[in-house]
Design a protein around this ligand. Structure first.
Ligand code: NAI
Ligand code: ENO
Length: 362
């Protein structure tokens, strides 16, 4: 297959790397000559040849920012009249409504899509051919989309290791508002408050703050683009947070003037409990309900090769690592590795590591 990727940034170059490694021919295009050159240099594909024949291209993937995506899709449908065309924009109704309103010919060859895989850093230098592995990939047909177009994009998702899920545009936009767009805003708001926090206080930061602010490093251009064209679904989820925050503030105001006021304490406990219930609903690594693993915590000396030695020692016990988390206190010469394993092998792993002279936190 020959795939043409328009927009050779994080998503475009990652898809280019994934498809090239599967043996497909990938042709890249980008308004930025520098971006294009970077992506080609990374091995994500080759530059479009002048006068590239429309019959050469089977699939066009538009991986540009949301505000220009509809215009590029319409142009590509006309330029490649035999190709199936898809886009990967994070917002679907806005993009698809504009494409349908332009009413280009060949609409049956267009299907929207959205790989739920990304990074907080945009641009080709952050591209990764494994980005899509194990991630959901939403396929969004329009009323005009042909079965052939829908199936080709679902196959593309499977080929790069993703799990295709068909949704309509409104369902998609509401879902991503809840699981991606509002989390981005909340993380950014939280991190923005750190600007006022003294350095001495920041030096106490642990994994909790890092976990809740990781995505605050995201690209302001891309995210202001995404949020502004998914305003209604984002607003409806954000209003729920706004109301809950109002109740927490009222409870804390009561706590300022009285010790343990029962209603306020109940509100605080209910807030944390509601969070417990929400986090338990996030599907685990294998999809479906979150699985409970046993966590073995082990000290890892801050020296080259120590983490690799730990992983090799776990492997030598025939144990599969389900998840891993590393904590590194500023200034300390040791890290804490939390290894998640199936509960049936937890005790065996702890003893196995101690036999190999690892210091396990009991
Ligand atoms: N960054 C992420 O984590 C994810 C992003 N997406 C979506 O993927 C799309 C691309 O995002 P990223 O790869 O992160 O952005 P990026 O900024 O890394 O790449 C976008 C590329 O498109 C190029 N471009 C802009 N206008 C163009 C035009 N008119 N014609 C040709 N090229 C053009 C830019 O020069 C840039 O190289 C966006 O629609 C975004 O919503 C989807 C999933 C995850
Ligand atoms: O980093 C993460 O956790 C993400 O959720 C990445 C991401 C960013 C934007 C998207 O449209 C889809 C996925």
């Amino acid at each position: 297959m020959t795939a043409r990727v328009v927009g050779a940034g994080l998503l475009g170059a990652s898809l280019g790397l994934a498809l090239s490694s599967l043996g497909h021919r990938v042709v890249l295009d980008d308004v930025s000559p520098l971006g294009l050159s970077l992506a080609c240099g990374l091995g994500a594909g080759e530059v479009t040849r002048p006068g590239e024949n429309d019959t050469d291209v089977d699939l066009v993937i538009v991986a540009t920012p949301p505000d220009v995506t509809a215009e590029v899709v319409v142009r590509e449908l006309a330029a490649y009249p035999k190709a199936i065309v898809t886009d990967v924009a994070s917002v679907k109704s806005y993009v698809i409504d504009d494409i349908l309103a332009a009413a280009p010919s060949g609409l049956e060859r267009f299907v929207g899509s959205h790989p739920m895989a990304g990074k907080e850093r945009s641009g080709a230098p952050n591209a990764d051919g494994d980005l899509f592995k194990g991630r959901p990939w939403v396929v969004v047909p329009t009323p005009a989309t042909s079965r052939e177009a829908q199936d080709l994009v679902a196959t593309l998702a499977v080929d790069v290791g993703a799990l295709p899920i068909v949704m309509n545009a409104a369902e998609h936009d509401d879902a991503v508002a809840a699981v991606s767009h509002v989390p981005q805003l909340v993380s950014s708001l939280l991190a923005s408050c750190l600007a006022e926090v003294p350095e001495g206080a920041l030096s106490l930061a642990g994994q909790g703050l890092r976990d809740t602010t990781r995505i605050a490093k995201s690209d302001p251009m891309l995210w202001s683009n995404i949020l502004s064209v998914n305003a209604s679904p984002v607003l409806s989820h954000l209003r729920g947070i706004h109301d809950a925050l109002g109740s927490v503030i009222e409870a804390l105001v009561e706590c300022e003037s009285e010790l343990y006021p029962p209603a306020a304490v109940a509100t605080l406990a209910a807030t944390i409990e509601a969070g417990n219930a929400g986090v338990a609903r996030i599907p685990g690594k294998h999809g479906g309900a979150q699985r409970t693993y046993e966590e073995i915590v082990c000290y890892v000396p801050d020296k080259p090769g120590e983490l690799a030695r730990l992983f090799a020692d776990i492997g030598s016990g025939g144990i599969n690592i389900e998840d891993v988390r590393l904590e590194h206190a500023a200034g300390a010469k040791v890290g804490l590795a939390t290894i998640s394993v199936e509960p049936t092998v937890g005790e065996f792993l702890a003893a196995h590591l101690e036999n190999l002279d690892w210091s396990v936190v009991r």
